[in-house]
Design a protein around this ligand. Structure first.
Ligand SMILES: NC(=O)c1ccc[n+]([C@@H]2O[C@H](COP(=O)([O-])OP(=O)(O)OC[C@H]3O[C@@H](n4cnc5c(N)ncnc54)[C@H](OP(=O)(O)O)[C@@H]3O)[C@@H](O)[C@H]2O)c1
Length: 331
């Protein structure tokens, strides 16, 4: 591969404190070190990408920068003995697209330790319909099942249900046979959430309790929470005995005000979900399940597709909480 070869990339530059996004030419020798060069075919848009693309220094310290925490494509060049040229692979998490050039480009280069061989049962595109969002939903389900002392029966709540992690959590949990209750702020998404398999849709205000009570009526047997803040605090107060909440996001707020009563009087478990640093053996287990028994029949309903040129507008929309489901980026 010629090191001076130009390729297209969504580049974010910092100019006088403002962050400007342009699709522009970049060069292979401008990519970070790594033993796999990937010809990216698909990427996807996650909330974290939007933070990186809008100058959030907690996510990305230095600009110019190409975001994209997900990439799926073909090995263009490698010195690793784990993969060979032409292999279909995917990368999610680690440092991809944060402080390492990411998937919003025709090429990216990563350490082979970050790459997963595309599992049988998934196309490159489907792997990016999941992306980090689907992987996180899957990891949440895995941890909820692992931590459960008994089979989870009854109502399972998903908050932020119309978003990327939320919609895939609804679909995967429904595929697994759970009775899924979807909490959303978007009442026009009821049909969408029903199609994904939600049994009931509730307004997010129903799980945003302002009474100040330390405990509320027990309702949920398990929860995947993607929003944090007072919604997470409310849900914790509504959990049934010995049940678990997988806390994976903070689109409402990173704050959590709670008492210890749900934990010491009801035995509630609060499970932290960190997809980016998931060890490779667990990563493989989750991807295998996503390609097989967890794969929803409605995967086609969950995403819209955009090009690199259309991506900047989608980034603005996800920052406003206005994206439904997933956005797959065709590179
Ligand atoms: N832990 C991890 O490893 C991990 C991995 C991936 C993502 N995340 C985090 O998970 C969260 C969701 O990510 P995503 O990619 O799914 O984002 P997303 O597609 O933007 O979805 C977020 C959803 O949250 C809800 N929401 C937005 N603003 C809200 C507000 N002010 N109050 C309450 N709900 C609000 C909306 O759903 P409704 O309108 O349906 O309520 C929105 O669709 C983010 O915080 C992200 O950083 C964490």
């Amino acid at each position: 591969m010629c090191m001076n070869k130009n390729f297209k990339s969504l580049l974010v530059t910092e100019e006088h404190g403002k962050f400007i996004r342009n699709v522009t030419d970049w060069k292979i020798d401008g990519l970070p070190p790594g033993d796999i060069l990937i010809k990216v075919k698909y990427s996807s848009l996650n909330y974290k990408d939007a933070l990186s693309a809008s100058g959030n220094k907690g996510v990305t310290r230095k600009y110019p920068h190409t975001p994209g925490i997900d990439a799926a494509g073909i090995v263009a060049e490698t010195s690793s003995n784990k993969f060979k040229e032409g292999d279909e692979i995917l990368v999610t998490g680690y440092d991809l697209g944060m402080n390492t050039s990411g998937g919003f480009a025709e090429y990216t280069r990563v350490p082979s330790d970050w790459a997963v061989k595309l599992p049988a049962g998934l196309s490159l595109k489907e792997s990016m319909v999941y992306g980090t969002a689907g992987f996180t939903a899957g990891l949440s389900l895995y941890k909820l099942e692992q931590c459960s002392e008994e089979k989870i029966t009854g109502e399972v709540l998903v908050t932020g249900a119309s978003g990327g992690v939320g919609s895939l959590a609804v679909a995967i949990l429904a595929k697994e046979g759970y009775k899924v209750i979807a909490s959303t702020g978007k009442q026009d998404k009821i049909n969408f959430l029903k199609k994904l398999g939600a049994k009931e849709i509730i307004n997010r205000e129903e799980v945003d309790d302002k009474s100040g009570k330390p405990l509320l009526n027990r309702r949920w047997k398990a929860t995947v929470d993607t929003v944090g803040g007072n919604i997470l605090a409310t849900v914790i107060k509504q959990m049934d005995y010995r049940s678990s909440v997988a806390a994976c996001g903070n689109t409402y707020s990173p704050e959590l005000n709670t008492t210890v009563f749900p934990f010491i009087l009801r035995g509630v478990n609060l499970l932290g979900i960190n997809s980016a640093e998931t060890p490779m053996d667990l990563r493989m287990i989750i991807w295998h399940k996503l390609a097989n028994e967890w794969k929803p029949d409605c995967l086609e309903e969950i995403y819209t597709e955009c090009s690199l040129d259309e991506l900047s507008d989608k980034i603005d929309l996800i920052l406003q909480g206005q994206i439904t489901g997933r956005v797959v980026v065709k590179i």
